[in-house]
Design a protein around this ligand. Structure first.
Ligand code: SF4
Ligand code: SF4
Length: 92
């Protein structure tokens, strides 16, 4: 069964920018960062993300919802342009 994340209730989001307000709590070690200049909008990262944490923008380039991203690195591994880098959570 696919969970409709829009109906998740009972989670307090705070300090989204720095803490992430992550539904994954604070245990993620690596986070993906997309270089949109390299991205060719193929959609593979969106397709393969096991958490459905990546959505396409209007121009088909991806946006990661870090509240759901577990930092598994599948998206970075699948990207044909190596446009996704996995960075330590506390790195800029
Ligand atoms: S690191 Fe994993 S969970 Fe996070 S966006 Fe990439 S594939 Fe999805
Ligand atoms: S897999 Fe790579 S090239 Fe394809 S949409 Fe995702 S970031 Fe862009």
């Amino acid at each position: 069964m696919v969970q409709d994340k829009s109906v998740i209730k009972g989670i307090v989001l705070s300090d989204l920018k720095n803490m992430g307000g992550k539904y994954v709590a604070n245990w993620r070690v690596f986070k993906p960062e997309i270089n949109l200049d390299e991205c060719i909008a193929c959609g593979l990262c969106t397709t393969y993300c096991p958490e459905a944490a990546i959505d396409p923008r209007e121009d088909k380039k991806p946006v990661i919802d870090y509240r759901f991203c577990k930092g598994c690195g599948v998206c970075a591994n699948e990207c044909p342009k190596t446009a996704i880098a996995m960075k330590k959570e506390d790195e800029e």
